[in-house]
Design a protein around this ligand. Structure first.
Ligand code: A2P
Length: 272
């Protein structure tokens, strides 16, 4: 009797790097010629906290290139969702933007990140300030029941150059409002402020300027932010993070971390 295993002609498992799971694309939506969102299956081994990122790569080639992507879906979702920019000559996004339903992606199992609820101390209100694809971690957090358990009021701001670039934010806020699990909480507690800087829309201007001028708080009908009442998460470009840190430090906020939770935290929007 020959007990030798048959050769694995497909050898799928051999092609998957250590610590990586292979997921199948289930949905792709192109928002603009520069932005798209996609969903994929989720292996039970992939656990994360709302707001964290994972490394994504594509099969093929001798050594897959991995890039950090914030998970935009909530932790209780059976699938994973991501939001990405398309960079024409980007090592990963030039290929990733062409993915279709049924294609495979690689995801490293270890999730990480600072814009999570545990890095902030308790307070009344949570502000999530984002530019561009920096909205990604907050798309997860606004669909997480714990966010609403911890804060009385949750304010998501999203600033982009153009109106069409705000669409993903409207989609995820709409999903949160209509969600069976968090819908009622989101309707009662979540406010969405969408602003543009290079095209006229309902609210124009950088969020840093709108904070300094108090225009944001007039819009929200609430007092200006203070380290006593408010906690702030920031995600976007490096320049935006730098300016936000200065602005928040001037208002008395202190940067938190996993080791020492405090009144604000920042994360850069990764793929650019
Ligand atoms: P602006 O058009 O005035 O530069 P980008 O596509 O360059 O990442 O920018 C996304 C959005 O973030 C744009 O609306 C941009 O405004 C805004 N932005 C860029 N840098 C900053 C910054 N340092 N502070 C506040 N907002 C910024």
């Amino acid at each position: 009797m020959n007990l030798k295993p048959l050769p694995n002609t497909k050898s799928d498992s051999l092609d998957i790097p250590n610590g990586v799971v292979r997921e199948t694309i289930t949905h792709v939506k192109h928002y603009t010629d520069r932005l798209f969102a996609f969903r994929c299956s989720r292996s039970p081994a992939l656990r994360f906290r709302a707001g964290e990122f994972v490394m994504i790569g594509l099969p093929g080639g001798s050594k897959p290139i991995f890039r950090a992507y914030s998970i935009t879906s909530p932790t209780w979702d059976e699938e994973l969702e991501f939001y990405s920019i398309k960079v024409p000559d980007g090592p990963l996004t030039s290929r990733l933007q062409k993915i279709k339903i049924g294609d495979f992606i690689f995801i490293r199992k270890k999730a990480a990140g600072t814009v999570v609820l545990d890095t902030l101390t308790p307070a009344k209100n949570l502000y999530m300030l984002s530019t561009g694809t920096g909205i990604a971690p907050f798309a997860s957090l606004i669909r997480e029941p714990e966010t609403y358990e911890k804060f009385e009021r949750v304010i998501l701001t999203h600033t982009c150059r153009l109106k069409s670039e705000l669409d993903y934010g409207f989609d995820v806020v709409n999903t949160a409002h209509n969600d069976p699990l968090v819908g009622e909480l989101a309707k009662a507690k979540l406010q969405h402020i969408a602003t543009t800087t290079r095209e006229n829309s309902a609210i124009n201007g950088r969020i840093t300027t709108l904070i300094e001028s108090n225009r944001l708080f007039e819009e929200l009908n609430c007092p200006s932010i203070t380290p006593i009442n408010d906690r702030i998460m920031v995600c976007g470009s490096m320049e935006f993070l730098k300016d936000s840190k200065i602005l928040l430090a001037n208002l008395g906020f202190d940067e938190g971390s996993h080791r020492k939770p405090s009144s604000f935290v920042v994360e850069r929007a990764f793929v650019d």
